[in-house]
Design a protein around this ligand. Structure first.
Ligand code: NAG
Length: 205
């Protein structure tokens, strides 16, 4: 087990491939719905398209994950091309409703949103020229574009996940999130994540 770090660092680390938490990292505390648990997290690269970017491994524990609570993450991400600005991230979030997948709109940067340039977002979150925030710095991982081609190993690390207020579209149920990374017309990588949320309305916000 690694050290316990705070959610905004986790959000930085996860930008792009772990859209649910990365997106919620930007949410401000003004909606009444909160997530109490995440169950059955699973991931896959989109159908064998031979894209240059791939998730090699991704482990998120425990299952179920109670929120607030501790989350343990490890991943290996591969890319055979260098990632240069602009890197666009297109997130499509869907909820299962009567056996159909219904697209969730983009609200306050959460949901089915497109982020025009993740390189720019990283430069705004983390001052360029400064050491990368922990635990990235200790792991020798970069936090700004360009990201060279190669394999990026993020070892098993624990984070504390605080209360997550979400737009009220995120009620309990099954979710499917598709994340597509691209550079101009070139698709770099595509991942699908599925999970279930347990959420409840809080009356004191
Ligand atoms: C990712 O890179 C590692 C190390 O180079 C390699 O062993 C692994 O097969 C690669 N996985 C994928 C899915 O490309």
């Amino acid at each position: 087990m690694g050290q316990v770090h705070y959610y905004f660092l986790f959000a930085c680390v996860a930008v792009g491939y772990f859209s649910m938490v990365s997106a919620t990292g930007f949410v401000i505390n003004r909606t009444p719905l909160r997530v109490t648990a995440v169950n059955g997290f699973s991931w896959a690269n989109c159908d064998s398209e031979g894209l240059p970017g791939k998730i090699h491994t991704l482990t998120v524990l425990p299952d179920p994950l109670s929120i607030p609570g501790e989350i343990t993450v490890s991943t290996i991400l591969n890319t055979t091309v260098e990632l240069n600005s602009p890197v666009t991230v297109k997130v499509t979030a869907e909820k299962e409703f009567m056996h159909e997948w219904i697209k969730i709109p983009c609200l306050d940067d959460v949901g089915s949103c497109t982020y025009d340039d993740i390189c720019d977002v990283l430069d705004q979150l983390i001052q360029p020229g400064q050491p990368c925030p922990e635990p990235l710095h200790s792991y020798g991982l970069p936090c700004h574009c360009p990201f060279q081609s190669g394999s990026y190993y993020f070892p098993v690390t624990s984070f504390y996940v605080p209360d997550i207020p979400l737009p009220s579209t995120f009620t309990s149920g099954n979710y499917r999130v598709t994340v597509v990374l691209s550079h101009g017309v070139q698709e770099i990588g595509c991942a699908k994540i599925t999970f279930s949320l347990a959420s409840s309305f809080s009356h004191w916000v």
